[in-house]
Structures are given as structure tokens and as C-alpha cells.
Design a protein. Structure first.
Length: 164
């Protein structure tokens, strides 16, 4: 009789252990799903940030093309800026670049003149133009969908003729 009572008491324990085990496995599954979803979201944010950096890099390349092609006078001084400025440009899929709105100026400006250009060393004669390297500053902002932005600043060197 005692043996039958014990069996009756143990009859539901296997079901209870199985239910607890199933609940624990479900909780572990939901926790891993949450982790995967956060990882995917983080990867998406990184992709948007990367797109913004690439857009800003394209803006720097465009600024360099402006610097190469712009005709400038021969009486430049530091802080003089080019007449041409970087325009707002869309690269598709909501990615774009423009001059950095946080910069003191949205222009490409000369910040210094340096040593004579190596390819024109013999030009330093009285009355002849003097060729010096000039250093130019440019700042660009790249934007991607979702509000991702990147700000890049670059300096470039250009050989330029000055009056002697």
C-alpha cells in the first residue's frame, strides 16, 4: 500500500520537470534571438556610417578636382579661398555630400605657402614668376539615410606661380 502511495505522488513529477525544462529552453531561445537582432541592428548602423564616410571621401575627391582645375591669381595669400565651392551632391540611395556646415567657411582655402616646387627650381630669377607649393584646406560632410553623418578634413598641396 505504501508503495502505491509513493507512485501516485511521483506520477506528475516527470511532467513538471519536462515543463520547467521547456520553459528554460524557450527563455534561452528568446535571449539568443534578441542577441542576434541587436547584432543585425548594430551591423546596419555600421553600414550606414560607412556609407557616410565613403560619401565624405567622394566629396574630398571632388574638392581636389576643383583645386586642380581652378585658375587662381598669382597674388595669393594665406586664407584666400577659391571662387568655386563644393556643391551639394547626391550619390543615390539617400547618400550625399556637401561642404561641412560646421566649418568656418564652406570654401577651399589656402592655409600656407611652402618651399619652391621641385619641378621649377630654376625659376627663381628676378622678374620671373616664383613657383611655390601652396597648402589648401577642405572640409566635407557625408550623409547617409537614418541620420548617419561623417565629417572629413583634408589638406592638399599644389604648385602655384607667384609674382616675384
Amino acid at each position: 500500500m505504501e508503495h502505491l502511495d509513493r507512485k501516485k505522488r511521483e506520477a506528475g513529477s516527470a511532467l513538471l520537470v519536462a515543463m520547467i525544462f521547456a520553459v528554460l529552453m524557450g527563455m534561452i531561445g528568446f535571449a539568443s534571438l534578441d542577441t542576434v537582432m541587436r547584432d543585425r541592428q548594430s551591423a546596419g548602423f555600421q553600414n550606414l556610417s560607412r556609407s557616410a564616410i565613403y560619401a565624405a571621401d567622394a566629396g574630398i575627391a571632388d574638392s581636389l578636382n576643383i583645386l586642380r582645375s581652378e585658375i587662381v591669381g598669382n597674388a595669393l595669400a594665406p586664407n584666400d579661398c577659391l571662387d568655386a565651392t563644393l556643391s551639394d551632391t547626391s550619390l543615390g540611395d539617400g547618400v550625399s555630400y556637401r561642404a561641412d556646415p560646421n566649418a568656418p567657411t564652406n570654401e577651399i582655402c589656402m592655409i600656407a605657402s611652402a618651399e619652391p616646387c621641385a619641378e621649377f627650381d630654376s625659376s627663381i630669377e628676378q622678374g620671373q614668376a616664383v613657383y611655390l607649393y601652396t597648402v589648401w584646406n577642405m572640409r566635407v560632410q557625408g550623409s547617409a539615410p537614418g541620420g548617419a553623418t561623417a565629417h572629413l578634413q583634408a589638406s592638399a598641396e599644389r604648385c602655384h606661380a607667384f609674382n616675384n
